[in-house]
Design a protein. Structure first.
Length: 260
């Protein structure tokens, strides 16, 4: 569960360039809910994810995850609660290490043990079983260096790494935006599978309107630091892309929302 209370965050506060990124946002995302956030550039989508993750510190308001007030906590102290996958396929993994070593590192997140103890026969079997469900052949390539994988394969590895310790919250920041359409569908299918399997509370930012309508259980639209539209699973399932865009407003916003 994520509860956001009256969150406010400004960039360049007190200067002529001051910009409000989050304008007293209040929001609750239930346990197991998969919320999709859309909006134009500068709407506050990624800033909201950064505030939840701890990489952006709000000047007012509160963030509660699984009954824990994480507002004052630094990023590393939120690690056991939050997993995150970024837009850049090069982020979220260690390119010089093998698939097996990356997964072992992720398994040790928040645990005081060395990499040497994580990679055992049972761990390898678990890694293979986890990767096999994505049908990319990665279960047979545990010794492959992650830097040699394709962007889509790396995003799947990053997704597994982010969720291997079953965090309370999974944050997905345009994690398919850098991929070609076919690969993006593969990664989205993998994402949907992982979220459902682990019953994760997930928040995904995307510019892909089709993904926003097809995936997830709730749709939020942000504009100028506020949540402008909040649709349930049933409401968004009945909506077409054109209808969603018409709810947003101007034709320029339509063009921006179709990016990627």
């Amino acid at each position: 569960m994520i509860r956001i209370e009256d969150l406010r965050l400004r960039f360049f506060a007190g200067t002529p360039d001051e910009r409000t990124a989050l304008d007293r946002v209040s929001l609750e995302i239930a346990t197991g809910e998969f919320a999709i956030i859309v909006g134009t550039n500068g709407a506050g989508k990624s800033t909201l994810l950064n505030a939840i993750a701890g990489t952006a510190r709000p000047e007012a308001g509160r963030i509660v995850i699984d009954k824990v007030d994480v507002t004052p906590l630094p990023v590393h102290k939120r690690a056991r609660l939050i997993g995150r996958v970024f837009q850049d396929p090069m982020a979220g993994t260690v390119p010089a290490l093998t698939i097996e070593e990356n997964l072992a590192l992720a398994s040790c997140r928040g645990v005081t043990r060395g990499l040497r103890f994580a990679i055992k026969s049972a761990a390898r079997d678990a890694f293979r079983a986890t990767l096999a469900q994505f049908r990319l052949g990665l279960e047979d390539r545990l010794q492959a260096v992650v830097g040699t994988l394709s962007g889509g394969q790396r995003q799947v590895i990053a997704l597994v790494m982010a969720t291997i310790r079953k965090p309370e919250v999974l944050l997905l920041d345009e994690h398919t935006a850098a991929l070609d359409p076919k690969t993006a569908e593969t990664v989205m299918s993998a994402t949907s599978k992982v979220v459902a399997e682990h019953h994760l509370t997930a928040v995904m930012v995307t510019h892909n309107i089709r993904h926003a309508l097809v995936y997830g259980s709730r749709l939020l639209m942000m504009d100028t630091g506020r949540v402008k539209l909040d649709l349930s699973h049933e409401q968004k399932a009945a909506m077409t892309p054109a209808e969603l865009i018409s709810r947003f407003g101007e034709e320029t916003d339509f063009i921006a929302l179709q990016r990627g």
